[in-house]
Design a protein around this ligand. Structure first.
Ligand code: GDP
Ligand code: MG
Length: 446
């Protein structure tokens, strides 16, 4: 299983400061395998790996991460950005910036989910955008296809423009457009015929349709289970039509969704929606980061890396490491900083939830909620100290302890216990010569 394979690599090589050819090679091999396993087409995999390499090499490793973890972070970010994370949330919006009716043209092979998606889109546009929607089928080869569109349209309560098997696709589309204008529809969605494979006649037909109705959105519908073939199909449709977006269907299945990466790589167009059910409410705005995680199949590890990235103030951690390296002493200010970082990460109990089951078992027995409370209390005690006391804890004798305890609303024993814990930590830090959060936590778990 991939997550386990990656987890193994992720753990190695702690303590290196930068990502290098040497310490990333094994990891990149795993990532490459992961992508191929997720059915990403080979050219897309190659391009992706080379991009990650460029981004990663020389990047500093946050002290709380291993190079493996740092690389996972780069891989995830780069994959999410390739999936469209950089395009921002508006990338999944449909455009209506035209004189109504705005025309949406659906393109894609047979069986990928075009007709179903027309129904889903009609429902979505009516409910989310209060649009008046008309649908029409230009699939004149199979009477059943027209009836299917009529049925899904009725199901969502949109209007349907009837067509017949002997009609010509372009004429059907123009008649529907005319009807939509006269009846004040905001949107006309045109369903088209697909073939089982790429077919020149089909491409010409849909290109002619496009020329006649000038859609504001031309959506390429692709089945997430299509795997390696997705890249060729996407290329053919992208060459024949000025696509404006992609709909990735059947993501509720167990496909890892490598098709998403292939299609993005070849078309560069935004994936706007994801189909997640046969039912007509099964349409979601596409989420690039979630897709990246799905393709890599390592949600849990990523969540942890992400948490560490967010929570640990890199500068603070590096300053501390530097200070200790040049012989500085770990004082109560540093201790407090570490406690605060722990809090930023959502506390110990939150972190524990994210660890893989085996690690959780290894740490069992420790009561994390209790530990979190303890952390908050220790912070309160430090807050009651003067700056001088924090920098020179050895100043803190009996009378000062009493004052601090009163200030923090605790017993003097609590202050003693806290100082003892601090001294333990100080000793440990001396040994570690400036490690960070993760090191500290690991040793706390024993
Ligand atoms: P078309 O030939 O491109 O028009 O494809 P259809 O809309 O007829 O869909 C083909 C099959 O895929 C039907 O059985 C649909 O119910 C199913 N389907 C479409 N979209 C999805 C989806 O997002 N999830 C699942 N599980 N099935 C879907
Ligand atoms: Mg159809």
């Amino acid at each position: 299983n991939l997550t386990q394979r990656l987890a193994k690599v992720v753990k190695t090589m702690r303590g290196e400061a930068r990502l290098t050819e040497a310490n990333t090679a094994e990891m990149l091999r795993e990532v490459r395998l992961a992508l191929l396993e997720a059915d990403v087409a080979l050219p897309a995999v190659r391009e992706f790996i080379s991009r990650v390499k460029q981004k990663a090499l020389g990047e500093a490793v946050i002290s709380s991460l291993t190079p493996g973890q740092a690389l996972v972070g780069v891989v995830q970010q780069e994959l999410a950005s390739l999936m469209g994370a950089d395009l921002g949330p508006q990338a999944s919006q449909l455009s209506f910036a035209t004189q109504p009716p705005a025309v949406i043209l659906m393109a894609g092979l047979q069986g990928v989910g075009k007709t179903t998606t027309v129904g889903k889109l009609a429902k979505y546009l009516q409910e989310q955008h209060k649009k008046k929607v008309l649908t029409v089928s230009a699939d004149v080869y199979r009477p059943a296809a027209i009836a299917q569109l009529q049925a899904v349209t009725a199901q969502v309560g949109a209007d349907f423009f009837p067509s017949h098997v002997n009609d010509k696709p372009v004429e059907i589309a123009l008649a529907a457009l005319d009807y939509a204008k006269k009846h004040y529809h905001d949107i006309l969605i045109i369903d088209t015929a697909g073939r089982l494979g790429i077919d020149e006649a089909m491409m010409q037909e849909i290109a002619a349709l496009h020329g006649a109705v000038k859609p504001i959105e031309t959506l390429f519908v692709v089945d997430a289970m299509l795997g390696q073939d997705a890249i060729n199909t996407a290329k053919a449709f992208n060459d024949a039509l000025p696509l404006t977006g992609i709909v990735l269907t059947k993501l509720d299945g167990d496909a890892r969704g490598g098709a998403a990466l292939s299609v993005r790589y070849i078309t560069g167009k935004p994936i706007k929606f994801a189909g997640v059910s046969e039912k007509l409410d099964g349409l979601e705005a596409f989420d690039p980061s979630r897709m990246a995680n799905r393709i890599l199949g390592m949600g849990d590890i990523l969540a942890l890396v992400e948490e560490a990235r967010k929570g640990v103030d890199v500068k603070t951690a590096q300053d501390l490491a530097q200070k200790l390296k040049v012989g500085g002493k770990f004082d109560l200010n540093d201790f407090k900083m570490q406690l605060m970082q722990m809090k930023k990460m959502g506390g110990l109990s939150n972190l524990m939830d994210k660890l893989p089951a085996q690690m959780q078992q290894a740490a069992n027995g420790a009561n994390m909620d209790q530990a979190d409370k303890q952390v908050r209390r220790m912070e309160g005690i430090i807050n009651s100290m003067t700056l001088q006391e924090r920098a020179k804890p050895e100043l803190i004798k009996a009378s000062r302890k009493r004052r601090i305890a009163t200030g923090a609303g605790v017993q003097v024993q609590e202050v003693n216990r806290m100082l003892a814990q601090f001294e333990q930590m100080q000793a440990m830090m001396k040994k570690l010569k400036g490690g960070g959060m993760m090191k500290m936590m690991r040793s706390m778990k024993g």
